[in-house]
Design a protein around this ligand. Structure first.
Ligand code: PMP
Length: 326
């Protein structure tokens, strides 16, 4: 018999899938690391489990404890699945700009969801930051996850995602391209691949409105780079500890419109029903065309599933309202 002990045993070992139509103009092989096969439908299951196991191991998370995190989606889903199996409670603090769908999904897997107003200053007691901090202090036996600065995030990808990509490509991977949010994925996979072969190039996908690209190129944290944007899951207005700029060769920025349009194109032209950061990632790969030679093997990682975006990038009325389609 061949079965997993529980749902957590199905995390990882996701497939690598050849891109065919969207990348037809590129000289090289492009392979997608397809993370929606994880049980929570995103790559984040990997780091959620690692963060919990490391916190258990060093006593930060105790039996019957409560897991507290500011998360609107994928990380929350991963934490909630692991919490159910392992017997913890979850409280997620999210801002009121998130869709009701996302809140309902987290409640469906047993989490308590606390909603905070978006339009208040960070030091306002009602803010997302203040409420998460207060809950972490006031709740007995609580553990505050902090995925941005928690080193177990990056470690999960160094231990699992990186080695999977290396062995699935027989060590032939030449480029790794991925969207950057907390930085866990790019830093963990990037450092593993460069340890195996320092010639492998690692590219990050950034958004307009985020600080990463400019910081990488100049070392300057430029507040003028920060403004609201639509693309979900990537780009930041802070520098999370999980972004290891030393393993990143460069960033390319993708517009909100391109990210949305390419999210639709992945579904319609490749049968890949994926989230918004996958649209940004594949458009980023196309923008990097001049860097690729015919013998190259480019791996692009797709973080999450399209079902979380049916009210937005897969809704033509929303796409028209945003001016992304005619
Ligand atoms: N895409 C999606 C949909 C995400 O949820 C995230 C996580 N914020 C990312 C990309 C970026 O991944 P990472 O946090 O590992 O940089």
């Amino acid at each position: 018999m061949d079965y997993a002990e529980n749902i957590l045993g199905t995390i990882g070992n996701t497939p690598l899938v050849k891109m065919n139509k969207l990348t037809a103009d590129l000289p090289c092989l492009v392979l997608a690391k397809y993370e929606t096969f994880n049980p929570g439908n995103s790559v984040k299951d990997r780091m959620a489990l690692q963060m919990i196991e490391d916190a258990e191991a060093d006593g930060r998370l105790k039996p019957g404890g409560t897991i507290i995190e500011g998360t609107s989606g994928n990380t929350g889903m991963g934490l909630a699945l692991a919490a159910i199996v392992k017997g913890y409670k979850c409280i997620f603090v999210i801002s009121d700009k998130q869709s009701k769908e996302k809140m309902d999904i987290l409640r469906a897997v047993g989490a308590e969801v606390v909603v905070c107003p978006t339009e208040v200053e960070p030091d306002d007691p009602r803010s997302y930051y203040s409420v998460s901090k207060r809950l972490a202090e006031e709740t007995p036996n609580a553990w505050y996850v902090n995925q941005y600065d928690n080193p177990s995030n990056c470690k999960a990808h160094f231990k699992t995602t990186g080695p999977e990509i290396w062995s699935q490509t027989d060590g032939k991977v030449t480029h790794f391209v991925v969207g950057v949010g907390t930085g866990g994925t790019i830093s963990g996979v990037g450092s593993y691949l460069k340890m195996k072969n320092p010639k492998i190039k690692v590219w990050g996908i950034d958004t307009y409105g985020s600080v990463f690209k400019k910081y990488h190129e100049t070392g300057i944290f430029d507040e003028n780079e920060i403004y609201p944007y639509v693309t979900e899951g990537i780009g930041e207005d802070i520098l999370p500890a999980n972004v290891n700029f030393g393993v990143i060769d460069g960033f390319t920025k993708v517009t909100d419109k391109d990210a949305a349009v390419y999210t639709q194109r992945l579904a319609k032209e490749e049968g890949m029903f994926l989230g918004n950061s996958a649209g940004a990632a594949i458009k980023g790969v196309l923008q990097l065309k001049e860097h690729f030679k015919p013998e190259d093997v480019v791996v692009v990682l797709f973080h999450d599933h399209g079902s979380r975006y049916v009210g937005k990038m897969f809704n033509d009325e929303w796409m028209r309202k945003m001016g992304y389609i005619d």
